[in-house]
Design a protein around this ligand. Sequence first.
Ligand code: MG
Length: 205
Amino acid sequence: MTPSKIVCIGWNYRPHIRETDAELPKVPVVFLKPPSCIIGDDDPIVIPEGVTNVQHEVELAMIVGRRCSHVSEEEAMSFISHVAVFNDVTARDMQSDARRTGNPWSVAKGMDTFGPMSEPVPPEGLDLSSLRLELSVNGEVRQRGCTADMIFEPSFIVSYISKYMTLEPGDVIATGTPEGVSEIRRGDAVEARIEGVGRLRNPVV
Ligand code: MG
């Protein structure tokens, strides 16, 4: 199902805030990626000509199961039907330029193929507050984290977004990345894993 939107949370893990020179957020930093950026397992991440310093960001994604608006933290997770491994691929130089000039970074985050996502699985039996995330490039581990280290936890994120944007069935919520983001280049093989959720492999071309 094509989502109506991909809602992403930025800077939700402290060490990643330090490595990108950002400030500790007081409320979730929310931005959107277009549904057109989604690709699946084994599909190539395509770096357009002239785009420099493209980076990986492994994230836990939650998929909305039913329409959700103004829900409390207590009821929020009952609106999540699936979870998946997501890679919030980012053209970092372009994003940094946008941050410096105070402009939106939509293109840096929204290029075609910049949203690899694994096959969604139901969250039953998973403790979303203590899942290990890992991402490797050419077999070398670059990112290792745990959802326990999130600043804003999943139920708060769903409740917070739903106060402002109605979440539709199929919408994807990407919950932020731990530290260790690094550049990927043409010819690389990227593999993201979240225990109990799945695995996502994408070549870079
Ligand atoms: Mg991200």
